[in-house]
Design a protein around this ligand. Sequence first.
Ligand code: NAP
Ligand code: PAF
Length: 313
Amino acid sequence: MCEFTYAIVGTGALGGFYGAKLQQSGLNVHFLLKSDCEHVRQHGLVIKSVDGDFTLPRVKAYSDVQKIPACDVVVISLKTTQNHLLPQILPFAVKDTGIVLVLQNGFGIEAEVAQIVGSDKVIGGICFLTANKIAPGYIRHLSYKNIILCEYTQNYHPGGITERLRQIGKDFENAGIPVELDEDLLLARWKKLVWNIPYNGLSVILNATTAELMASPDSSKLVEELMYEVATGAKALGRTIPDTFIQKMLHNTAKMTPYLTSMKIDYDERRPMEVEAIFGNPLRMVQAAGTNLPKIDCLYQQLKFLDAMRTAR
Ligand SMILES: NC(=O)c1ccc[n+]([C@@H]2O[C@H](COP(=O)([O-])OP(=O)(O)OC[C@H]3O[C@@H](n4cnc5c(N)ncnc54)[C@H](OP(=O)(O)O)[C@@H]3O)[C@@H](O)[C@H]2O)c1
Ligand SMILES: CC(C)(CO)[C@@H](O)C(=O)[O-]
């Protein structure tokens, strides 16, 4: 089987980390950047990682997508707030026989990408990573790194384990990233929302770290109630999230090093927050199935208000 070539669309914390690991393992990786392009072209990428630091002094860095050779796998690692750019990017970056791998948080992005490239070209990846970009081309990897990979199919029907899924999985595994292949993208995405909905949302509204949210009986109760409401949403779409999964998330997060969510960092730095991908899209899908999620909806309205205030002030 031929070696896949990779394009990283958005070389920030997540794209920079995974892209650098793939290149370090010997693969041919092309990096699309915006403000950091010139710096990275000159100095490469620096990864400061709990697993060991490394530098890639030479990387193929581009600011113009039309200059990237079409690749076998195009990894979307922009913030979802920039996804309106994808129709201008993806048709150039992906080969006719290629695949688009969505590594962003949230729900419903694969369906949007399928509108651009076709539903047979889309794979979803759920990332358990804590990393930040702390300077141009400088990424700090704090903990976790594993990915769940799933085929996307129209209407999120379980997609099976395909050969191409296995090959991408192997590429990441060879790069030192633990990968799980799963058949059910919809369930995997909703399980990730069990974490992102309460912690991302409440960290902004209550101005708190994960540790602070878990230390107070009031906020930890709210976290738990929101998690159960996510499970209700998944159930409305025909998927079951077991209680044991929720209890494990609560337990693991309580033990986690105090963590400022990416939504909180975006809010504090006055950047747009990923409100639609993490809250709006899942809420709309569940509402279309006839179910309301009042606590999540309340959080969504508050976050939308704060997001709008960022540009109004
Ligand atoms: N970081 C994590 O640990 C983590 C974990 C799980 C999931 N995620 C998800 O992964 C996604 C990416 O998050 P992130 O933390 O990696 O964000 P990030 O550090 O902000 O990276 C996004 C990158 O995209 C670049 N970009 C924006 N517009 C661009 C354009 N037109 N062309 C090329 N590059 C462009 C940005 O460059 P500029 O800085 O120049 O704007 C930035 O470096 C999000 O959906 C997030 O929720 C992240
Ligand atoms: C949940 C998380 C903190 C760690 O897996 C991270 O993946 C994230 O911010 O979504």
